[in-house]
Design a protein around this ligand. Structure first.
Ligand SMILES: [Mg+2]
Ligand SMILES: [Zn+2]
Length: 194
């Protein structure tokens, strides 16, 4: 079994936009991302994106469009010198979704751990030796619920109000470590005991 680093998307790999990422031309990869992913990849970690995408639940984009955005993201990261990521897991659901088929209390929307568990099963990952990096309390709670170590990226948006479903996370949202950039987070992981 391998260890993985699970990565939130918006605010961790790419700039979070108030007007949503609706096509790949709007992706802006954050500083330190390619270098940080490179370090983690060379150290043998599997790399998986786990992202809540309520834009699908709201009908702003569909799953096919989201798939194209993610394919482009993986390609753009490789073009910047990062390793090819092992996959993207997304939650299209929301308890107040506009579209009926996405309106449910699923087990995959962070702070729940369903996406991490599914990625771990697909990639043969040992969750207890894995890490979750995110910029919101719901990322940290999802990582802890899956049994991972957690790092909160303090890039600005971590001060935003909690997302729906993540209002009362309490101690489960306290990160093990904090970092400013993904490069910094990768250095913390590589410097930690296995
Ligand atoms: Mg985020
Ligand atoms: Zn879901």
């Amino acid at each position: 079994m391998t260890a993985a680093v699970f990565l939130d998307r918006d605010g961790v790999l790419i700039e979070e936009r108030d007007d949503f990422v609706v096509d790949a031309s709007r992706l802006r990869i954050l500083d330190g991302v390619a270098a940080g992913l490179g370090k983690l990849g060379r150290a043998g970690f599997a790399l998986a994106v786990v992202t809540n995408q309520p834009v699908v639940a709201r009908g702003i984009i569909d799953e096919a469009q989201l798939g194209r955005i993610h394919q482009s993201l993986l390609d753009q990261l490789v073009a910047l010198g990062a390793p090819r990521l092992d996959g993207v897991w997304f939650c299209p659901h929301h308890p107040q979704a506009t579209l009926d088929r996405y309106r449910l209390e699923c087990d995959c929307r962070k702070p729940k751990a369903g996406m991490l568990r599914r990625a771990a099963a697909a990639l043969n990952i040992d969750l207890s030796s894995s890490w979750m990096i995110g910029d919101r309390p719901s990322d940290i709670a999802a990582g802890r619920a899956a049994g991972c170590q957690t790092i909160l990226l303090e890039c600005g948006r971590h001060l935003d109000p909690p997302i729906v479903g993540a209002e009362n996370l309490g101690a489960t949202a306290i990160p093990h470590r904090r970092a400013r950039t993904l490069l910094h987070a990768s250095e913390i992981i590589l410097g930690s005991p296995k």
